[in-house]
Design a protein around this ligand. Structure first.
Ligand SMILES: [Ca+2]
Ligand SMILES: [Ca+2]
Ligand SMILES: [Ca+2]
Ligand SMILES: [Ca+2]
Length: 145
């Protein structure tokens, strides 16, 4: 019986539609282009710095997020590449230098490509979930190691 409930919950999670990115509660809403609707929201990020959510295309849905740490360094960016209201392209920085990138290439809400970089530009390796079942099935690493 318990396994049935777990399976049912699992199914329910899969059936629920993806919810669009919402500005965090308490964020300050700004209207950069003065058209009367907010397009930028600023709040404190989890790492204690400024987090900025943006509607760069002016269609009312958030498609860009940038987070800074306490020192003001950029630590994270997320983008909605296909403009469906959900992020699908994620960038992780160390002291402003790109260290990891994660991509949801089929826009199902789950990351399926994980890339590691050196000095922000050199790809040192990547992992992929090519059949989108949630499990990595392709690994490549370049250079030393
Ligand atoms: Ca606006
Ligand atoms: Ca998207
Ligand atoms: Ca995916
Ligand atoms: Ca897979």
């Amino acid at each position: 019986m318990r396994s049935f409930i777990v399976a049912f919950m699992f199914l329910l999670i899969f059936m629920l539609p993806l919810s669009a990115v919402e500005p965090p509660v308490g964020a300050e809403a700004l209207d950069d282009d003065f058209d009367g609707t907010p397009d930028r929201w600023e709040t404190l990020s989890e790492s204690g710095g400024l987090a900025i959510y943006m509607d760069t295309k002016g269609d009312g849905s958030i498609d860009y997020l940038i987070e800074h740490d306490e020192q003001g360094y950029k630590v994270y960016e997320a983008m909605d590449f296909n403009n469906d209201g959900n992020f699908d392209d994620y960038y992780y920085y160390r002291k402003e230098v790109l260290a990891n990138r994660e991509i949801d290439t089929n826009f199902d809400g789950d990351v399926d490509v994980w890339v590691t970089l050196s000095e922000g530009v050199y790809v040192t390796g990547y992992e992929r979930d090519t059949d989108f079942d949630g499990l990595v099935d392709l690994k490549k690493s370049f250079g030393e190691n």
